[in-house]
Design a protein around this ligand. Structure first.
Ligand code: SF4
Ligand code: SF4
Length: 349
């Protein structure tokens, strides 16, 4: 049975201090009006007074821009035009305060980056070097619909530890060996498991789940014919207001697309990969000049078809969305995936 322990807020802070000796610590920090994840300086504590971060935690494993190789164009050097791998730091890191939806999102993304046929070394090494300390949502946002997207405010998949704020103290559930290891490094392993703490956590979980009233229906997506959904008449209306800004894909924890580019400055060059977005026309532009998704409707349709139909059919693990609600909160023209999902799920020819 998994252990649940109680930690005073003072011991929590002291334990984090100890962790700096064995981990790089990353956590949410307030920048202007939003929280975002970043590496914490020694002695700095994550700011847990947040609903959720603006950008998801995906960049903790998969940076928005990542250098892969370097090269020189200087023909006086023997190694000119030879790509050399850039060494990276994969020493242990711990992400403190990730919401359960973002942690589960990594498992959906893993289906793309870590498959039997294809292994992305950067993503895998970074993911495996990370210990995930989740932070349960006692007060979910009004746009969250995680409970009907295969997730929940206290969901445990993808986490090593789950922290719950019980106002005067924290409850901490130990979920994996990695979690145990962090517990020991922080000096919390001497705390006794208690059934009262487990009960309290269950009660807080039920209360939080009841607060989530936004929901989606996904039960009929798998049985729909792909071509029927592709040709459905509602795409024009869905896409009408979209300005193809790409915000929805950049804030999303489950969007994984990237582009690889060579950048040079003088005689030095790097090969890097950068997040890309299916909402941009260049994303699918062929070298011939032909673009199979030349119009906005085609691109908007692609985003929703990928998340709510292609992924469902290909992986058999639900939709490619954890219900974090970020794309709804940050879309400048209020396009709402919950409405599109209902349109798709209920569509009849
Ligand atoms: S955030 Fe909204 S407007 Fe921007 S690309 Fe996404 S759906 Fe379109
Ligand atoms: S599609 Fe929207 S709600 Fe779903 S995981 Fe991505 S940002 Fe969150």
């Amino acid at each position: 049975m998994m252990k649940v322990i109680t930690i005073t807020k003072e011991d929590w802070a002291k334990g984090l201090e100890r962790l700096y000796d064995s981990f790089r610590l990353l956590g949410p920090v307030k920048q202007d009006e939003f929280h975002n994840f970043r590496q914490l300086a020694k002695g700095e504590l994550p700011d847990l007074k947040l609903l959720n971060t603006r950008l998801s935690a995906k960049s903790m494993v998969y940076p928005q821009s990542e250098k892969m190789f370097e090269f020189t164009l200087d023909e006086n050097r023997d190694d000119h035009h030879i790509l050399k791998e850039i060494r990276k730091d994969y020493s242990p890191q711990a992400v403190i305060g990730i919401r359960p939806c973002d942690a589960r999102a990594f498992l959906l993304v893993k289906a793309n980056f870590d498959t039997p046929e294809y292994k992305d070394p950067y993503w895998i090494k970074s993911y495996e070097a990370t210990t995930w300390v989740g932070y349960a949502c006692n007060t979910p946002c009004t746009t969250c619909f995680c409970t009907t997207a295969g997730c929940g405010p206290f969901h445990e998949q993808g986490l090593d530890l789950l922290l719950v704020d019980a106002e005067d103290y924290y409850l901490l559930k130990i979920l994996t060996q990695k979690g145990e290891h962090l517990l020991t490094a922080a000096g919390w392993s001497s705390k006794e498991h208690s059934d009262d703490a487990r009960q309290e956590m269950e009660t807080l979980k039920r209360t939080a789940e009841e607060k989530i009233t936004a929901r989606i229906s996904t039960d009929k997506l798998k049985d729909k014919k792909t071509t029927d959904l592709f040709d459905a008449p509602f795409w024009e209306e869905v896409a009408f207001a979209c300005i193809n800004c790409g915000t929805c894909t950049y804030v999303c924890p489950t969007c994984w697309c990237f582009d690889i580019q060579d950048e040079t400055l003088g005689l030095s060059g790097i090969r890097m990969r950068n997040w890309d977005s299916c909402m941009y026309p260049l994303f699918t532009l062929h070298g011939s000049g032909h673009n199979p998704r030349n119009t906005k409707i085609q691109r908007v349709r692609q985003r929703f078809m990928h998340k709510l139909k292609y992924y469902v059919d290909k992986y058999g693990d639900g939709i490619q969305c954890v219900g974090c609600g970020r794309c709804i909160r940050h879309c400048p023209v209020n396009i709402d995936i919950r409405k599109v999902c209902d349109l798709m799920n209920n569509f009849e020819v």
